[in-house]
Design a protein around this ligand. Structure first.
Ligand code: TPP
Ligand code: MG
Length: 569
């Protein structure tokens, strides 16, 4: 027995208390008979705020968006039918390194012990299938019991936060009201402190290599955001006056107005300056880099032979592997150890982009659209994007303090709409801009109603181009399978909330768009822009064309005449 003070509490109340101690203020999800008892406890305690969603998939995306801004998020769903709808979002959180806690209200322990078939199961007296499914895409999973609940709740919450990965817990519906002994002390979210010797020798080795190099550089992937290490990276880069590039998934993690910011690295898909800064470095500190097609320029990335590979809790330097070293502590020690460099020039600012052609009455093109939206950005904005031509936001020059929320690795269309509900809930005082195509929007559109219900005020930039334009760059340039139903998108706020004060715009010309952009941000703004299905940013078309080569190989259909949307020549 430990000597630390304990108290009596029900398992459900303890779980809710731990979520709150972890910094969670909102719980997303959909009720069912197996989690209603927990929702009643939430209501009685009156501390966490319930944000009911239209679907569990959207709740999982919302918890992910929330976690990206606050550090951790949670949702609760009912057994299997709810949980499996959230599985896509949980797997996405696993791919994107986002700590999300999924609480599945599950069939009573009584049914499990007596082998009683229950609804929301496969009806064959089995009950471990869904634990097994979630074990594949989480850092930890458990079915809570009166005996393990206190330990497992703490283990799973801490695991999610330390590893920046989702976890899954089943709360059988007949145990939430049982009283157990729980610790009186609050849960403390903290990384394990580094091993002092490993930290010292690791940071000394990094400092030696970076300060001895002629042209060192840093490559940042999204774990720098997850582990809260962006400020340290910038401080280190400023001290050594070395270029810092980011991957696409890490867009916005490094302030783009920082003089040593070097752009997005993506192998042959990088700007020449960026590629040279990274591949021409004689010592590269790469932090959390995960090469996939979209972060390696379709596998053309060639990192220098002398690349130091740092992660959340470990570092590789040449033949040496350092364990028990925590990222922010490593960077802090390296900053302290290196001398201030004063003779390396910052990047020259590039020439401003040429204005897009066409006056106010001209039909709206993608080029004019993205140029106008670049001018709309403000410091501190949260930008969300989905798959599609809205990937053009990766070409924006961001003002300071912006956050980009996207799912570049997992890439599940519709993510951005559910995620927007989460980011709005997490940071109601920031301006949230969603850039989404009609195809992606149709997957999760109903969550717009939850935003209106909660009086949220995002700005939604929706491209109505009648279908899946990004896919037309693979194949099916004119194919019916890339067409979708034409919705009256601008009418949706009214349908979802009849007394809405939302402002809707349908833009066909540059002048229409300019009018929409001058609307005040005092209610939800939906800007539907109608564009040609064959109009797309060149970078998006190139990427789709390359993707078709990788996906289908030389015998694929992509070389047939006029089957593929290609860049205008
Ligand atoms: C869940 C899921 N289903 C299918 C896809 C394949 N997919 C990727 S982009 C895309 C089309 C996106 O179309 P839209 O949002 O309209 O963007 P556009 O290129 O037209 O601007 C599809 C179907 C996916 N990524 N995720
Ligand atoms: Mg579209």
């Amino acid at each position: 027995m430990s000597d630390s003070p304990s108290q009596r509490m029900t398992i459900g109340d303890f779980l809710l208390r731990r979520l709150e101690e972890a910094g969670i203020r909102h719980l997303f999800g959909v009720p069912g008979d197996f989690n209603l008892e927990l929702l009643q406890q939430l209501d009685d305690a009156g501390r966490l705020k319930w944000i009911g969603t239209c679907s569990e998939l959207n709740a999982s995306y919302a918890a992910d968006g929330y976690a990206r801004l606050t550090g951790i998020g949670a949702l609760t769903v009912t057994n299997a039918v709810g949980a499996l709808s959230a599985l896509n979002g949980i797997a996405g959180a696993y791919a994107e390194h986002v700590p999300v806690i999924l609480i599945a209200g599950s069939i009573p322990l009584r049914s499990i012990e007596r082998g009683l078939g229950m609804h929301h199961t496969t009806g064959d007296g089995t009950w471990n299938r869904f634990l097994g499914a979630f074990a594949q895409v989480t850092a930890g999973e458990a079915r809570l019991t009166p005996g393990n609940a206190v330990m497992e709740i703490d283990r799973l919450i801490l695991t999610a936060w330390r590893e920046k990965l989702p976890v899954y817990m089943e709360l059988p519906s007949d145990i939430a009201y049982l009283e157990v002994d729980v610790p009186a002390a609050p849960l403390v979210l903290a990384q394990p402190p580094s091993d002092p010797e490993r930290l010292g020798s690791c940071s000394a080795a990094i400092a030696r290599q970076l300060s001895g190099a002629r042209a060192p550089a840093i490559l940042v992937d999204q774990d720098v955001a997850r582990y809260g290490a962006a400020a340290e990276v910038v401080e280190l880069a400023a001290k050594l006056q070395l270029p810092v590039a980011v991957t696409g998934p890490a867009k916005g993690v490094i302030d783009e107005t920082f003089p040593y910011y070097a752009g997005i690295y993506n192998g042959k898909g990088s700007a020449p300056y960026t590629r040279e800064a990274i591949e021409g470095a004689d010592c590269l500190l790469s932090i959390g880099y995960r090469p996939i097609d979209g972060t390696s320029g379709d596998f053309t990335a060639v990192l220098p032979a002398n690349t130091i590979r740092a992660r959340g809790h470990a570092v590789d330097i040449g033949a040496d592997n350092y364990q028990a070293v925590t990222l922010t502590e490593v960077l802090r020690s390296v900053i302290d150890a290196v001398p201030q460099v004063t003779n390396r020039a910052a990047r020259q600012a590039g020439a401003p982009a040429a204005p897009a052609q066409g006056g106010g009455s001209a039909r709206l093109t993608q080029a004019a659209y993205w140029q106008a939206l670049q001018g709309y950005l403000q410091p501190g904005d949260v930008l969300l994007t989905d798959n599609g031509t809205s990937y053009a936001i990766f070409g924006f020059d961001l003002p300071p303090d912006c956050t980009v929320v996207a799912s570049v690795i997992w890439g599940s269309i519709g993510y951005s709409v559910g995620s927007l509900l989460g980011t709005l809930t997490a940071a109601p005082n920031r301006r949230h801009l969603l850039f989404v195509g009609d195809g992606s929007f149709q997957v999760t559109a109903q969550e717009l109603s939850t935003m209106l219900r909660n009086d949220y005020k995002p700005v939604i930039f929706l491209i109505n181009n009648g279908g899946y334009t990004i896919e037309r760059g693979y194949i099916g340039k004119n194919a019916h399978y890339n067409d979708i139903a034409r919705w009256a998108y601008a009418d949706l706020p009214k349908a979802f909330r009849p007394d809405t004060t939302a402002r809707s715009f349908v833009c066909r010309t540059v002048a229409d768009l300019q009018a929409a952009l001058s609307a005040p941000n005092d209610s939800l703004i939906l800007v539907e822009s109608i564009m040609d299905p064959h109009d797309a940013p060149a970078a998006v078309i190139h990427s789709s064309n390359n993707g078709a080569e990788l996906d289908y190989g030389p015998r694929g259909p992509q070389h047939r005449d006029n089957i593929q949307l290609q860049p205008a020549t």
